[in-house]
Design a protein around this ligand. Structure first.
Ligand code: HEM
Length: 450
């Protein structure tokens, strides 16, 4: 009795430490086990690290595993019933309406905007003293926020980008954290700590979202038929339009899902490049050969093979969406493990992508794993930076395109080095971020004369 109480208390403490940094909940044993059962407060949680189990939860029996109350509660106050949070028929309808924004035929037009905005940021960097310092993760977040607003809503954010950034940070520190209430299965209406501050952050966020919606209805931007125009034009089978609150939720969801993830990918890539000068050298060689000193274009994507492999490997080691939390509707069995109905299922791409049974030298940064000639060595469902199954990332192609272009443009012109003495620590909350940002010195790089 005493030992099982101690065990439950240990598990509870572990789960609560995950509130601050989910990564701290993982122990070395998790990286060698296929399924980790964790009993806590009369409920089971199973961490699934077996690729066949990941496939079952996310694809083959995906219907049995909707998002858990933990992920719903952390996101719902901010994203309402937007695509990222909704389930069932509502989600199906929303996914269908928004799906054109993820189509490959838009990518070339998207690339033009990414390159134009990237060039503007780099021109600003060129005006700074060589060796000056900036928070690279913030700089890329501002850039990608501007890009997503232009691509999806034909809207230029300008200074409002900082209001949105602040609101999101405040939200992440309050409402956006896991609460004991969800683990206990308490109802949604019960107050949670930090709720008031979280609400204030949502209000701040909403003021800008409403400005975006008001301005975008009639806007003509670089991308014809922007998402807001598509949402406004939508009529259901009875001829009813989409309620304004749902349009708001959709815009908030696409804005949030569509920028920080990309910014983090590029930021982590620069951190890894500093640690691996040999990889950085190979990147420079490819960029100098393919681009010969000119800015990249959409047509260069297929030639930037090593640049793309660096992004893929960065997404393995530092997946911005690092955890998927689901709940089993009906009882099931995963890889021989009985799953009672109501159990929580956790799939952590942080663990899966560094799992000792699935990857050779899992903690090493080796972009070559992702070169086309090696792609068949990657075990299906061991690598899921964009999720999998019906809820796979809607903006996967855009996220990859943007990450490759921004890495190429920036590395072509600058070397980035972390501030001396600054310890880079990944923190897993709503996304996987460097704690305290990523202060780096930027120094112009001269490509060799041809
Ligand atoms: C490198 C960049 C990106 C990464 C790593 C990433 C990752 C992910 C992941 C893992 C999911 C699944 C979440 C879950 O199942 O709980 C997701 C969903 C989603 N992503 Fe991305 N994403 C990126 C870029 C983008 C971009 C640029 C957009 C803009 C359109 C976008 C829009 C979405 C949307 C709307 C969803 C929800 C899809 C649904 O539930 O049906 N993402 N993303």
């Amino acid at each position: 009795m005493l030992s099982s109480l101690k065990h439950a208390w240990g598990n509870l403490r572990l789960l609560m430490s995950a509130r601050d940094n989910v990564l701290e909940a993982w122990t070395p044993k998790d990286f060698v086990r296929e399924i980790v059962p964790v009993g806590c407060l009369g409920r089971w949680m199973f961490v699934i690290n077996a690729p066949a189990g990941v496939q079952q939860v996310m694809v083959t029996n995906g219907k049995n595993y909707p998002k858990s109350p933990i992920s719903r509660q952390t996101l719902k106050p901010l994203l309402g019933n937007g695509l990222f949070v909704s389930e069932g028929e509502l989600w199906q309808r929303q996914r269908k309406i928004s799906s054109p924004v993820g189509h490959a035929n838009r990518l070339s037009a998207y690339a033009d905007v990414v390159i134009r905005e990237g060039q503007a940021m780099l021109a600003d960097w060129q005006r700074r003293e060589p060796g000056s310092e900036l928070d690279v993760s913030e700089a890329f977040t501002v850039l990608t926020a501007n890009v997503i607003c232009q691509l999806m809503f034909s809207y230029r954010l300008g200074e409002k980008v900082h209001v949105l950034g602040e609101a999101f940070q405040e939200y992440s520190a309050t409402h956006g954290r896991m609460h004991l209430a969800e683990l206990l299965g308490l109802p949604d209406w019960l107050p949670r700590p930090g709720m008031l501050k979280g609400r204030r952050a949502v209000k701040k966020f909403d003021r800008v979202i409403h400005d975006i919606i008001a301005a975008s209805r009639d806007a003509n931007g670089d991308i014809p038929d922007n998402l807001i125009q598509m949402l406004v034009a939508y009529r259901d089978e009875n001829g009813w339009p989409m309620p304004p609150s749902l349009i708001r939720d959709e815009v908030a969801s696409i804005f949030l899902a569509g920028h920080e993830t990309t910014a983090l990918t590029v930021s982590w890539a620069f951190y890894l490049l500093e640690l691996h000068p040999d990889v950085e050298q190979r990147l420079h060689t490819e960029l100098d050969r393919v681009l010969c000193g000119r800015p990249p274009a959409f047509a260069d994507m297929s030639a930037l093979v090593f640049t793309r492999a660096i992004i893929d490997e960065t997404l393995r080691l530092y997946p911005p969406v690092h955890v998927f939390s689901k709940q089993a509707v009906a009882a099931d069995e995963i890889c021989g493990q009985k799953i009672p109905a109501g159990s929580y299922i956790t799939i952590s791409s942080w663990v899966l992508h560094r799992h000792k049974l699935l990857w050779e030298d899992p903690d090493a940064f080796k972009p070559d794993r992702f070169l086309p000639e090696n792609s068949d060595k990657i075990i299906p469902f061991s690598y899921i930076p964009f999720g999998a199954g019906s809820r796979v990332c809607l903006g996967k192609h855009l996220g990859l395109l943007e990450s490759v272009l921004l890495l190429a443009m920036t590395a072509q012109s600058f070397r980035l080095r972390v501030r001396e003495g600054f310890v880079v620590k990944p923190v897993g909350r709503m996304t996987l971020r460097p704690q305290g940002g990523l202060p780096m010195r930027i120094t112009p790089r001269q490509p060799p004369a041809t």
